[in-house]
Ligand binder design. Structure first.
Ligand SMILES: *Cc1c(COP(=O)(O)O)cnc(C)c1O
Length: 463
């Protein structure tokens, strides 16, 4: 058993001070039961908790820490920035440097604006899409998460899904009345909605590689169709690459699949562990933002010098080390190893991985049939367009995870047992079935082998 004495004491005090003891629900262990570990520090590939336990970190702050913790280049850059003052509310040269770097790496980005979180980036991009097209409707996919933006907080995957509140109280029917929900990867439904209301659609927001219902890759057919339909109908295509940029591929999933959206939202890795978000895209659209245009968006701490320094150091280090193939290879090694061990233990799993992202889905064939039917019915406040491709009989389930329907019916109890088994052995995986595992440059192949061996023990206990 894990010694959690100090963690438990700190967390029970936290519960009295902060709702649920946390500042973001995903870290509460709500989906796996028990109490979270309280982190004292992170170093390289490892997290150290307040009780002196050490864990190989596959969560990486839910994505940003692609260089591991306290990377010397990032520490040096932030220390240097810190000495020169932490915020001015005035232009700084380092904003140009990070902007230039991102523009050079991400084909979709001609101009960029920095904000302070992924949520803020998405919120601003949605406003821009609506202001630019002078239309109201936004298409969103079930199981995709775009931060806690009111109009998109419907069927939003991970935290929301994990904790059983797909539609948050406090989100008014008015806030979601212009949100159209579709199933991810459902080309037929997409074509249908554009036939019916194409000229009312301001934009479509999508995670081209979804990371918030677990890792689910958008099919190329689906993404190409999205590009063509939005283009033909004058709607703005927004790729939410807050998680996938520098993860699914060097310049994001869009670059990897050679599809250029009109706008892209960024966060996580581009801030190197400091609070950063950004949205960018075609200059012609971006120039509609105040002060070059009329669409309002502002931020006291936006483009903050510490955050810019951390992001710049992170991305420069990544590019200099040319580690993207290595990251992908290591992730494949882990994915294949876990899949093999699960199979040996006769535990049904489905593993999806791309770049430095992965999810190990624990399948539950029985539950899938019942829940597939439930999930096809309406989600309150928003219009659900039913797919013509999938029957409501629920027997189209193939064991492959392609959307929220197939993801949501996984065996979350079994995942919880796997999670705790691994945690007790010193491996920190996401505390939810519906989150991605991440690879960092600091995790070695030997450590991946150790992870696979530990998983073998855990799988043996699960069957
Ligand atoms: C994490 C995430 C967000 C929200 O970013 P925050 O910085 O947590 O506000 C938005 N979209 C996607 C795809 C994400 O993974």
């Amino acid at each position: 058993m894990l010694n959690q004495e100090k963690s438990k004491a700190i967390f029970s005090e936290a519960r009295k001070l902060m709702p649920g003891g946390v500042n973001s629900p995903a870290r509460s262990f709500g989906a796996v039961g028990g109490q979270p570990i309280v982190i004292a520090r992170g170093q390289g590939a490892y997290l150290h908790d307040v009780d002196g336990n050490q864990y190989l970190d596959y969560v990486q702050s839910w994505g940003p820490m692609i260089l591991g913790h306290a990377h010397p280049a990032v520490v040096a850059a932030v220390e240097n920035a810190l000495r020169n003052g932490t915020s001015f509310g005035a232009p700084t040269e380092i904003e140009n440097e990070l902007a230039r770097l991102l523009i050079s790496q991400i084909p979709a980005v001609e101009k960029i604006r920095f904000v302070n979180s992924g949520t803020e980036a998405v919120m601003s991009a949605i406003r821009l899409a609506r202001g630019y097209t002078k239309r109201n409707k936004i298409v969103k996919f079930i199981g995709n998460y775009h931060g806690h933006v009111d109009s998109l907080l419907v069927a939003a995957g991970s935290s929301a899904a994990t904790l059983g509140v797909p539609n948050s109280p406090g989100v008014t029917p008015g806030a979601v009345q212009d949100t159209i929900l579709l199933q991810y990867n459902d080309v037929d439904a997409l074509i249908k909605v554009f036939e019916e209301s194409g000229k009312e659609i301001a934009g479509v927001i999508v995670e081209p590689v979804a990371g918030n219902m677990g890792c689910v890759v958008g099919s190329s057919n689906f993404l190409y169709e999205l590009r063509h339909l939005t283009q033909d109908n004058g709607a703005v295509l927004i790729f939410d690459e807050v998680m996938s940029c520098f993860r699914a591929g060097k310049g994001g999933a869009g670059q990897r699949f050679s599809i250029t959206p009109d706008l892209i939202t960024l966060g996580k890795v581009i801030g190197g562990g400091l609070p950063v978000g950004a949205y960018g895209g075609k200059a012609e659209i971006m120039d509609h933002i105040l002060p070059s245009g009329k669409i309002f968006q502002a931020g006291t701490l936006s483009g903050n010098p510490l955050a810019m320094a951390a992001g710049l150091a992170t991305i420069n280090t990544l590019l200099e080390s040319q580690c993207f193939n290595m990251l992908e290879r290591k992730m494949a090694l882990l994915a294949e190893g876990l899949e093999d061990e699960a199979r040996t233990a006769r535990i049904p799993v489905y593993v999806e991985h791309i770049g430095s992202m992965m999810t190990l889905f624990f399948l539950d064939m029985e539950k899938s049939k019942i829940l597939a039917q439930v999930l096809e019915t309406t989600v309150s406040g928003s219009k659900v367009v039913r797919s013509t491709a999938t029957s409501s009989s629920g027997n189209s389930y193939s064991g492959k995870i392609t959307d929220w329907r197939s993801a949501s019916v996984c065996d979350t109890d079994r995942y919880a047992k796997f999670f705790w088994g691994m945690l007790e052995r010193g491996f920190y995986f996401p505390c939810s079935q519906f989150e991605a595992f991440f690879m960092s440059t600091e995790i070695t192949e030997a450590e991946i082998q150790k992870t696979i061996y530990a998983a073998r023990d855990v799988f043996a206990m699960l069957c």
